[in-house]
Design a protein around this ligand. Sequence first.
Ligand code: X8Z
Ligand code: ZN
Length: 621
Amino acid sequence: MVISLNRRSKIALTVALALGLTACNDAQSKTDKPASTEAAVINTTPNKAQAIAFINDAEAKMAELSIESNRAEWIYSNFITDDTAALSAAVGEKVSAASVKFATEAAKYANVDLDPVNARKLNILRSALVLPAPLDPAKNAELAQISSELNGLYGKGKYCFADGNCMTQPELSSLMAESRDPVALLEAWKGWREIAKPMRPLFEREVELANEGAKDLGYANLSELWRSQYDMKPDDFSQELDRLWGQVKPLYESLHCYVRGELNKEYGDNIAPTTGPIPAHLLGNMWAQQWGNVYDLVAPDNADPGYDVTELLAKNGYDEHKMVKQAEGFFTSLGFAPLPESFWARSLFVQPKDRDVVCHASAWDLDNLDDIRIKMCIQKTAEDFSVIHHELGHNFYQRAYKQQPFLFKNSANDGFHEAIGDTIALSITPSYLKQIGLLEEVPDASKDIGLLLKQALDKIAFLPFGLMIDQWRWKVFSGEITPAQYNQAWWDLREKYQGIKAPVERSEADFDPGAKYHVPGNVPYTRYFLAHILQFQFHQALCETAGDKGPVHRCSIYGNQAAGEKLNKMLELGLSKPWPEALKEVTDKEAMDAKAVLDYFAPLKTWLDEQNTAANRQCGW
Ligand code: X8Z
Ligand code: ZN
């Protein structure tokens, strides 16, 4: 997977060894000196050579361990059984012990004056952990086991309806997307959340152990550690998020107001009232995180573009493989090399009928070189066509930075990794669909509001969701939210940020956060909020590079090699530079800025406000 240091893979071995040798020779010459007062001082105060030797050794060991870990995790996620869970836990324990050992040791060199590359690597060794185990080996083993078990509980999750029909997560998600029957929607919504109840004690213990691990490493708690991974102070990062959210909040509120009003027309006052938070089961998505699936319910009367990508895919005989091939074609049109044969042979595209797999889409880099793959239970829908681009964005990023040393084989910050495929998917415009033969006629400019509304239902609706998950987790980690308040605090934040409420009463017997993959999976979520800002910055800048003169929501960079080159310049940096420098490669700016989001949706914002005023809607909740 692309997720963290604990879940990555092996380095270009030659690079690691070369670095390791240089440092080893250097360190060797120091220790070979006859004992003297000077040598004694060197022994107690670590010097530069010792620090570099440590970094190189740690980097090589982590690189090696990552291959073993990736293989075990790949097999576990593709074949969930008690045995593969045990193997996953065992390797997790090894990786965790090594990364905690190196992170602890790295602290010893904190005051050594190092060159920027090694200083950065040292910092990565110290802080790039998402599930730090306590130093106590028994607790490390316990944490690894809990982590595997939580993943398995999510992957194996099913809900069986009264008629005996059992559904997995992708099947329940399709129902949530397609059904307009509030009773069926409610049952699927409630049913899926049953799978999370048994996670609660495990999650509580996981938090306890990982917090202890974070403290062992010198952080106040796991929240501080997670927020330390953005080339700035943790509290400054929190403020940065507030700033970005402040920029987009008025747009979200206009959208919320409009959608709530339209849902009321469909479902009536009892099910979808015109005031207060929107019931979470009516928005076309299991978590009410993206609302594009209810576009048909809220589409503008005169500005609907008149096509549906799901239908176009079906009409043109697209199966799962063809959908991925088409997405690959976008990347190659920008100048990226095609995916290797092994990608096609080893990826999982279709949900197997005969076994439990983790269906949540992911991209993997098994050997940190060329063995890239995706694992996804693809549905033949517009939504999953986008998700495929998202996943391939990870794979093309991984391949672009494969020449970097292991510790820099990652994105500039985690939001960048999540933004690349989405940036490409923003170029799936009507003219692109025409170019690839899916669409016959490009709708004229009078249909722009429809196009923008569809996009906003996914991208703008997502923003507060992308933010609130870690607002909840950070408070859980810091102890501000206690286990007795897990579910109530979750819904308080859902209401505060999203203006969404549970459709039925919930209690502390429920554990609704566990019904979202990234909570049992321990994947930080703020990355997706950042990605939803960054992708608009990237898209705007790349369209400019491509010389596109039209409105940015009509721009597609398909086939533009200059845009591809610029993008690649940023991607190949990996994590070797602070993220503002990487950002500058594409955007010429060093700050994240939601202005690009506001520019993109400017005509829609005006239209939404007009609609809300005309309908005399009381916005807010
Ligand atoms: O988890 C994902 C990707 C894999 S990194 C499919 N996403 C978030 C989600 O599904 O909740 C992409 C958008 C947000
Ligand atoms: Zn992703």
